[in-house]
Ligand binder design. Structure first.
Ligand SMILES: *Cc1c(COP(=O)(O)O)cnc(C)c1O
Length: 389
């Protein structure tokens, strides 16, 4: 397992954009997430360039800041919404309902009815009960069946909770037709923070088999939603977008030959992770006993404010401090009175030994799945502020 230590990363790997560096110099009150919208725009352009014929739906849950959603809307993106609330926000920003896809496979009937009444006609499902809700509340809508993938090599797997097996997907897509819905195809997600560019090939080849089998039943499917999964740079650098694009392109060729289906792509993390930095302050540096030299460093951000993905030390963010002393080991923890709120203990982090209370520590590439996870008021701490620059 790779461990992360500040000094093992190049200085250049810890540099932010000028805009973010300038902003941090003004020392606003911590903690906050600052997002450079230019980075989001350039990430979107890069994806557009490498995936020219896919329909890109930004997964709003990765970072729902209005400025980000508006920017991507202006650039032509579509959106994957996980709830009625994300949908309401997109609609309030003037995004047309046909650009929204309700991708959560777990929805209340009332929320489906609401979506339908607002003109949203594209839904995902992975069970019969959900399909029957859709048939009642959103008649004739386009539906995609989510099937399960292994989630291997993903830093944040999504497989267990979502997706049915392929046989069930086939049965449910046929049932969808019988119920008067418009079955368009399947959706899948190879797991978030997918550091291997190749895991789409298995699921796409199964998709092609499924499409062929259903065509024999007279059901023509033409859409595959390949989910998200492209990673952000945390403990180590990750393969460039073009490697994912060529691996996915090859997988499509292999599975479908020259007649590719319509491909929907739902990037979340890869569009926003690198655009954001969290600035936090060291609240306390302490030792628990005179005989145990372990250094505990407590920050003013933690598992419940915004670093939910550090849970189980899954996502290992790059850290930066302004101190230049010799790095030494530490246990890094958050500020609440919850004893499980230890951010990193086993991952080999180190930070300068001269780190003191009041110093600032920056969490880099933290634009995805941070502010959107923040608890509202745990221990009275307000949710993380987001500033878009
Ligand atoms: C979360 C999610 C995404 C975004 O995944 P990333 O790994 O952040 O790109 C896309 N589609 C669905 C259905 C999701 O649940």
């Amino acid at each position: 397992m790779a461990t992360l230590a500040m000094e093992r990363l190049d200085r250049s790997e810890l540099r932010l954009t000028d805009k973010l560096e300038q902003y941090l110099l003004t020392r606003p009150e911590t903690p906050f997430l600052a997002v450079d919208l230019d980075v989001v725009a350039s990430k979107y352009r890069e994806l557009r360039y490498h995936f020219p014929s896919t329909s890109i739906h930004y997964a709003v849950k990765a970072n729902p800041a209005r400025e980000i959603v508006s920017l991507l809307a202006r650039m032509g993106a579509n959106f994957d919404v996980a709830s009625r609330y994300e949908m309401e926000m997109c609609l309030a920003l003037g995004i047309e309902p046909h650009r929204l896809s309700y991708g959560n496979t777990i929805k209340k009937s009332a929320d489906i009815a609401y979506a339908f009444s607002r003109g949203v006609f594209r839904y995902a499902f992975d069970s019969e009960a959900e399909l029957r809700k859709l048939a009642i509340e959103a008649p004739e809508s386009a539906v995609l069946c989510r099937f399960e993938t292994s989630g291997e090599h993903a830093g944040w797997p999504l497989s267990k909770k979502f997706g049915c097996d392929l046989q069930m997907a086939a049965d449910l897509l046929l049932l969808a037709r019988k119920l008067g819905l418009n079955p368009m195809g399947v959706s899948l997600h190879v797991g978030s923070q997918q550091v291997d560019p190749t895991p789409w090939s298995g699921p796409l080849s199964k998709t092609a088999d499924l499409f062929r089998a259903l065509a024999r039943e007279g059901l023509i499917l033409d859409t595959v939603n390949i989910g998200g999964g492209l990673p952000g740079p945390y403990e180590s650098d990750v393969p460039p977008v073009r490697q994912y694009a060529s691996a996915i392109g090859e997988a499509l060729d292999e599975a479908f030959g020259s007649s590719h289906p319509n491909v929907m792509f739902e990037p979340g993390r890869s569009l926003v992770a690198e655009a954001g930095v969290i600035q936090s302050e060291v609240v306390l540096v302490s030792q628990e006993s005179r005989f145990d030299e372990t250094r505990w460093v407590y920050l003013d951000v933690g598992t419940f404010d915004d670093l939910a993905e550090s849970f189980g030390e899954s996502i290992k963010y790059r850290l930066r401090s302004t101190r230049t002393g010799i790095p030494g080991p530490l246990v890094l923890a958050g500020p609440t009175r919850d004893s499980r709120e230890i951010l990193y203990e086993r991952s080999g982090y180190d930070l300068p030994l001269d780190l003191e209370c009041g110093d600032r520590v920056e969490i880099l590439n933290a634009g995805a799945y941070t502010s959107s996870y923040a608890s509202v008021n745990f221990n009275g701490f307000p949710p993380l502020r987001t500033l878009c620059l």
